[in-house]
Design a protein around this ligand. Structure first.
Ligand code: SF4
Ligand code: SF4
Length: 269
């Protein structure tokens, strides 16, 4: 039965994939437009110039010299060989992978090396439940948002805990295909891109902020806002929130609550 099969979070289907652990979101400019341009140019260049592994050093040097190499977090490597796997640019992935090169595996030239690249399974494989994985892979339809969400374990778990509490059960992946429930969940995860209270600091990524080679977990100073905390704290942190005052905090809470209410109404119909 399909539901018993291993869920491949990296390359779940033909419409999306993830490249987060190859450093995709670690560029200083990690907007979708900027990343798309970067991946498109290097993929085209790879396709035009790489005929065998001896061509790779020139490719590497050219990419290094021509691209903006500024990063959010110095410690995380941004791999030059991440590109688009398909002409429609729906899937990001490894240009050195054998599936991209008539069976030739060229990943040994990469920073991490073939064994690490081949064997790596990020913590989401272990910490997300089967229902959470299926919900994400069934609902997300875009590589940029998918990669941002599938790697944000706090955001995924916090949201599914909240909606499960509201409907008094763990929503089954099959139910999420009904009544527009998938769209409601997608709207919630889209806050990852459109959240109005997102900090403008360039050294923030989800709940983390970076100082050179150090990283720390951000805290929201609720006392300064005039309250003790929020039940949406972990979600706010994942969304890199920065509230200027109590009114903004309340507006943020209303946005989350409205989504959960909408989900519960549609689910309990
Ligand atoms: S971050 Fe996780 S899901 Fe994404 S490509 Fe890496 S191992 Fe796969
Ligand atoms: S070589 Fe490794 S790190 Fe680079 S894109 Fe391929 S899988 Fe990712």
């Amino acid at each position: 039965m399909k539901d018993d099969a291993f869920i491949h979070l990296c390359q779940p289907d033909a419409n999306k994939s993830c490249g987060a652990c190859c450093g995709l979101y670690n560029y200083a400019d990690s907007t979708k437009d900027s990343l798309s341009r970067r991946l498109r140019e290097r993929t085209n260049y790879f396709r035009e110039t790489i005929r065998c592994r001896e061509d790779l050093p020139d490719f590497f040097r050219t990419v290094k010299m021509s691209e903006d190499t500024r990063k959010i977090y110095e410690v995380i490597y941004c791999c030059e060989y991440l590109g688009f796997l398909d002409d429609a640019e729906k899937k990001v992935g490894c240009l050195l992978h054998p599936c991209q090169n008539d069976g030739a595996d060229m990943r040994e030239v990469s920073f991490y090396g073939r064994e690490l690249c081949e064997g790596h399974l990020c913590p989401s494989y272990h910490y997300l439940s089967r229902e959470e994985k299926l919900a994400l892979t069934n609902i997300a339809n875009d590589w940029y948002l998918y990669g941002l969400c599938v790697t944000d374990i706090d955001l995924v778990k916090s949201y599914f805990r909240l909606i499960s509490e509201r409907v008094c059960e763990t929503p089954s992946p099959a139910r999420l295909k009904e009544n527009g429930l998938g769209d409601i969940i997608l709207n919630f995860f889209s806050f990852k891109i459109s959240w109005p209270f997102r900090s403008s600091a360039t050294n923030r990524f989800g709940k983390y902020y970076f100082d050179g080679s150090e990283y720390m977990i951000n805290r929201i100073d609720y006392n300064a806002l005039g309250c003790k905390g929020s039940r949406f704290n972990s979600i706010f942190l994942s969304l890199s929130s920065e509230f200027q005052n109590m009114q903004e905090l309340k507006e943020g809470e209303k946005l989350i609550e409205a989504n959960i209410d909408e989900f519960a109404r549609a689910y309990l119909q």
